[in-house]
Design a protein around this ligand. Structure first.
Ligand code: DX5
Ligand code: ZN
Length: 229
């Protein structure tokens, strides 16, 4: 995975047809997405339950780009190997998911994956201070994790700018997740984000049998973000 800060659109399959994950992944890639964002929820760290490593392994052959796995689970350590074996390129865990963030990040890299840290809206940028050299991606949650279709939390724009300054020249992506639309994407691109996760705003109006709206939606978000970057 070569590093660059160009805008990348990562549709969240949380907003896709759960009976058709393989076809949905192929459809969004054919329509021009850059990464595929896979939301794993445990009904404990967050209220909802989605799916686990077996589903990730099943959809892996249908993803040609990057499988970006967002783990909203706690405890998380015991499951990292299962998700790495399932073919994740990036494994992102939450800073709030356990007491040993430093060790968990070392574990992810030892498994051969890129390591990401997600921060809830209430978690300050300073949570990253002593792990900056262990991360490949910081995911700024712009909604409280657990559901798609929520409203963007504006206070996260300033936090993103703060994190961008902390990163400096390090090859670390800033991903933003939640409530991203052509209206909110430019705010975050201007603040320093390069990976834009979007669920509802990508999948709205389309289906596996009518995927063209996915492409229109991806292009609209990308154009708005690029103009602000
Ligand atoms: C929220 C998930 C997000 C979510 C984004 O817990 O991590 O990836 O699916 O959905 P939208 O774009 O609908 O806010
Ligand atoms: Zn997510």
């Amino acid at each position: 995975m070569p590093f660059d800060r160009s805008i990348k659109i990562a549709p969240s399959i949380l907003a896709s047809d759960f009976a058709n994950f393989g076809a949905e992944c192929e459809a969004i890639e054919a329509q021009g997405c850059d990464w595929v964002h896979v939301d794993v929820m445990d009904g404990h760290f967050v209220p909802a339950i989605t799916f686990g490593p077996a589903t990730c392994a099943a959809i892996r052959p249908h993803i040609k780009t990057v499988m970006d796995v967002h783990l909203m689970i706690a405890p998380v350590d015991a499951y990292l190997k299962d998700f790495a074996d399932a073919g994740a390129d990036i494994l992102t865990l939450h800073a709030e998911a356990g007491p040993h963030l430093h060790r968990s990040l070392q574990h992810i890299r030892a498994l051969g994956c890129k390591a990401g840290v997600a921060l809830n809206p209430s978690t300050p940028a300073s949570a990253l201070e002593y792990v900056m050299d262990l991360v490949d991606l910081v995911c700024v949650m712009t909604v409280n994790p657990g559901f798609g279709g929520q409203k963007f939390i504006h206070s996260q724009v300033a936090k993103t700018a703060e994190i961008r300054a902390m990163i400096g020249d390090r090859p670390i992506h800033i991903e933003i997740d939640g409530g991203i639309t052509p209206q909110t994407a430019p705010l975050m691109a201007a603040a320093g984000a390069d990976v834009l996760v979007a669920g509802s705003a990508v999948f709205k109006g389309g289906s596996v049998n009518n995927p063209a709206p996915y492409g229109d939606n991806i292009r609209a978000i990308r154009a708005a973000a690029k103009a602000a970057q």
